[in-house]
Design a protein. Structure first.
Lengths: 211, 119
């Protein structure tokens, strides 16, 4: 069994995570307002792939149509979408990107419901539970983020959506060891075996099929 | 009258687990800082009632290798682990606490997880 960290966004964090995990996917953040320069993006991704092996692109946008555009371009990377905007959440699940990272991000509700869960299960889009928003938040926000994540976990379990737990580390200090990430899953209500599967089995499946 | 209550029979005693952890930080930390940080983290994450149930207890910290042992109730190992994972800084310097392993006795814990750190 291999432990895989799906989302690391910094070079130093990548190096640290590499010590603790069997496989690490490096994520490039892509803030999009309008269509990017695809030639340049392709070059950049090529370079990153040479350096890190497995590369993903995290799309942060408010325009759902950009996700489809990126998906069509066939960049040969994993495509993640940062959740938070309800329309973006839904569109990401419908287009069938690789993963939707924390649909409750920056919201005052959980950003995910039974309808979306069904779509996600049908299109095989994974839901990522990430630790880094929790680490940055104050106790009040922490409690509410945890509350939403618990609810999302309930839905994910019920509709058998693929899922993974990740640190989403933007600096070296947000990386956590695999066993500690599992404890986040257990705090959300997972069984130990389910938490283990979401740090090893589901990521492995995604990486194998899509990368 | 005796000073202390009699030791309870084994079935009535608290069942403990010991967790070995390693600190990875910007600088090296003193024992007292770690002790306080662990208490504050478990109180903040679990609350007063949760901390009472989980019974976290700081056992030992080796300042040279930055590793240590903390004790807790056997049903609440994951909660304590989560509390430690949520810790981001001690006295203003960034830190990661990595749990090395769990065991039922300190002796076994040392043999299994802390040997490579020279315990």
């Amino acid at each position: 069994m291999k432990f895989i960290e799906m989302d690391v966004r910094d070079e130093k964090a990548y190096e640290l995570a590499k010590e603790w995990y069997d496989d690490v996917v490096f994520t490039k953040k892509l803030k999009l307002e309008e269509s990017p320069d695809y030639g340049k993006l392709k070059e950049e991704i090529k370079e990153l792939r040479k350096r890190y092996g497995k590369v993903a692109v995290l799309v942060i946008t408010n325009k759902p149509s950009l996700i489809r555009e990126l998906k069509k371009r066939n960049l040969r990377v994993l495509i993640y979408v940062q959740g938070g905007n309800m329309r973006v959440n839904r569109f990401a699940l419908e287009t069938g990107v690789d993963a939707l990272i924390s649909p409750e991000f920056g919201r005052k509700d959980n950003g995910f419901d039974h309808v979306l869960a069904k779509i996600a299960a049908k299109n095989d889009v994974a839901i990522g539970f990430s630790l880094s928003p929790l680490l940055k938040a104050d106790p009040y926000e922490r409690a509410s983020i945890l509350k939403f994540m618990m609810k999302n976990w309930q839905l994910v379990e019920k509709y058998r959506v693929p899922r993974f737990i990740t640190s989403s580390a933007e600096s070296m200090w947000e990386v956590r060891a695999p066993r500690d990430l599992m404890s986040l899953g257990i705090a959300l209500g997972m069984e130990i075996s389910q938490a283990k599967a979401s740090t090893s089995f589901y990521p492995e499946k995604i990486v194998k099929v899509r990368c | 009258m005796k000073e202390r209550p009699k030791t309870l029979p084994p079935t009535l005693r608290d069942k403990h687990r010991y967790i070995a952890f390693q600190i990875i930080g910007e600088r090296t930390f003193k024992k007292d800082e770690i002790k306080k940080a662990i208490w504050e983290a478990s109180l903040r994450v679990l609350g007063e009632l949760g901390a009472a149930r989980a019974k976290p207890w700081f056992i030992k910290f080796d300042e040279k290798t930055q590793t240590g042992i903390v004790r807790c109730d056997r049903k609440y190992v994951e909660e304590i682990r989560f509390a430690l994972a949520m810790l981001t800084e001690i006295n203003g310097s960034k830190v990661i606490i990595r749990t090395l392993g769990v065991s039922g006795t300190i002796k076994r814990l040392r043999m299994k997880f802390l040997k490579e750190f020279g315990w």
